[in-house]
Design a protein around this ligand. Sequence first.
Ligand SMILES: NC(=O)c1ccc[n+]([C@@H]2O[C@H](COP(=O)([O-])OP(=O)(O)OC[C@H]3O[C@@H](n4cnc5c(N)ncnc54)[C@H](O)[C@@H]3O)[C@@H](O)[C@H]2O)c1
Length: 248
Amino acid sequence: MKLLEGKTAIITGAARGIGKAIALKYAEQGANIAFTDLAIDDNAKATEAEIAKFGVKVKAYASNAADFDDTHKVVEAIVNDFGKVDILINNAGITRDGLMMRMTEQQWDMVINVNLKSAFNFIHALTPVFMKQKSGNIINMSSVVGLSGNAGQTNYSASKAGMIGLAKSIAKELGSRNVRANCICPGFIITEMTGVLPDDVKKKWAEQIPLRRGGTPEDVANVAVFLGSDLSSYVTGQAIPVCGGMNM
Ligand SMILES: NC(=O)c1ccc[n+]([C@@H]2O[C@H](COP(=O)([O-])OP(=O)(O)OC[C@H]3O[C@@H](n4cnc5c(N)ncnc54)[C@H](O)[C@@H]3O)[C@@H](O)[C@H]2O)c1
């Protein structure tokens, strides 16, 4: 029996990276996939084709997760296309790093809007759906820096800490309606987002990790399968680090 057989999952920002790895693992476990990204370009189309190979239903939607109206429209379209939504994974995210002395208002607003407001947008649009269904499962892609903070990432760390507060509050507000909400807090994961860092910075990060390596998107996707499945049916309001021991 597949762990996510017959479930429908929305994954935001899943054309590449961690979101794509989750979409593929979810499809492997029998879930139907509605994923979003800023544009349905060749990259997103290739991801859609890879997911379809698992024989599940899949559709890619162009949507800016930071936009409230856009999000409500895309959620309506997904509910029409798929009939229900069991799992929401708020994965879309960006970095605009800089020390506080030099951080611009635009850098702050962009990161808060794309990382944190986007999660509010999707949860807000799906809450009536989850209430009607009497079930729902939300996973926010936070970060270890949402737990620990990080110099040069005040905007990013604040957005990721905000995602944890959001998930915990939803867990309390909607737990009695059979809606769960948890966070995954990845550490240093090798994707295009971290690929831009200089090699010496990557080496320094790896040296600080007890398991002595950066994580893979699949390391994160495995925990997303656990949280999305009934294996975690008594787990809510938690923030689970997936970081090779970087945060403990
Ligand atoms: N890579 C890491 O080390 C790491 C660590 C901790 C947390 N995370 C988090 O995991 C998530 C995925 O990270 P990744 O490394 O795969 O990043 P990535 O940059 O490889 O992928 C992010 C995806 O989100 C999409 N996206 C960006 N803005 C969007 C928007 N407004 N609306 C819809 N889609 C949008 C991008 O187009 C891209 O496809 C992010 O939330 C990130 O903050 C990553």
